[in-house]
Design a protein around this ligand. Structure first.
Ligand code: ATP
Length: 302
């Protein structure tokens, strides 16, 4: 795939969805409306709406096979859709201009690096595509993350290849960074350093970041927002801190649960509802509430 300058995407709620985004002054970094993607007639994304505003950092959560990779690829214009639209910085993701391509960085789930090259050759090759290339940062990260410079990429370990892939994606200081399980094969020290780098990038440059991960503790360290993918749609996107502060699991008989204000209910499982409510607020008789953890939210919303 060629992301040397290229990509896309967007967003919005379904019945369950909460929007916490502030009103945009510039075009959304990503705007997705009614996106449908199927494999051999088997639907994966089913009329998905999603918006990422400039500077938003969003962790994308979903079960194995929920369609996170499919969504991130479609967002970047790398996967054909059967319906809907994806726009990146106001341009169609399927045909982005070079200027828009140059604003995007992508770390795919599986490395797509040229195995017969060495790291310096690979980075030299990509540097040619980008007007904005931070050679100093590249050199610093290569050193800090101990990427071997004299080894063919094909002979590097999975984690070393992943480090290089991340350096390549950060090198041109993208305005939109898309990361598909970027830390899966990183050791804990590099993972921590990478997350710090990501936060710096966001704070310094206002980069829009979307990343999928199954490591919820990482999410709590860097994600300012979380989006939950279920049954082919983003069912909830919200600020993580606020979500954790206000979400409760309420347990009890269905008849009593039904007395909770419908507008506060985020999701229902038999006898166990996820509800947004103030701590200590009065509950219908027989119900017990406890603050929801991120694991609880993942379980109920994905
Ligand atoms: N190229 C393909 N051809 C056919 N089916 C596919 C293809 N790619 C993905 N799928 C199917 O689409 C669904 C979504 O896959 P996808 O990889 O997007 O999920 P995911 O949420 O990223 O999963 P994971 O968390 O395991 O990485 C799965 O059922 C998968 O089997």
């Amino acid at each position: 795939m060629n992301l040397s300058p290229s990509s896309s995407a967007g967003a919005a709620p379904t019945g369950l969805l909460l929007q916490t985004a502030t009103l945009p002054a510039a075009p959304a970094s990503v705007q997705i409306n009614g996106l449908r993607v199927a494999y051999r007639g088997q639907p994966v994304l089913q009329g998905l709406d999603w918006t990422l505003q400039p500077g938003q950092v969003v962790g994308l959560l979903g079960r194995n096979g929920a369609g996170k990779t499919t969504l991130l690829e479609a967002l970047l214009g790398l996967r054909d859709a059967q319906g809907g639209s994806v726009q990146l910085f106001g341009e169609p993701a399927s045909k982005p201009s070079d200027a828009v391509r140059a604003r995007i960085g992508y770390v795919p789930q599986s490395n797509d690096l040229f195995g017969e090259l060495r790291a310096p050759q690979l980075l030299d090759y990509f540097r040619g595509f980008y007007p904005r290339w931070n050679g100093e940062k590249v050199a610093q990260l290569l050193r800090r993350w101990e990427v071997p410079l004299d080894l063919d990429i094909a002979r590097m370990s999975g984690g070393q290849q992943q480090r290089l892939s991340i350096i390549r994606a950060l090198a041109h200081e993208p305005d939109l960074l898309v990361l598909d399980e970027p830390v899966a094969s990183l050791d804990p020290l590099v993972r921590r350093d990478f997350l710090r780098e990501l936060v710096e990038q966001v704070l310094d440059r206002g980069t829009t970041v979307v990343f999928s991960t199954h490591i919820l503790s990482d999410l709590e360290r860097v994600a300012f927002n979380v989006a939950f993918l279920r049954e082919g749609r983003i069912v909830l996107q919200a600020a993580l801190d606020e979500l954790l502060e206000t979400s409760q699991i309420v347990v009890g008989a269905e008849a009593q649960l039904a007395l909770l204000p419908a507008a506060d209910v985020l999701a229902r499982q038999p006898g166990r509802w996820l509800v947004r409510r103030a701590e200590g607020a009065a509950l219908p008789a027989g119900l017990v509430a406890q603050r929801a953890s991120l694991e609880d939210l993942f379980e109920v919303l994905t």
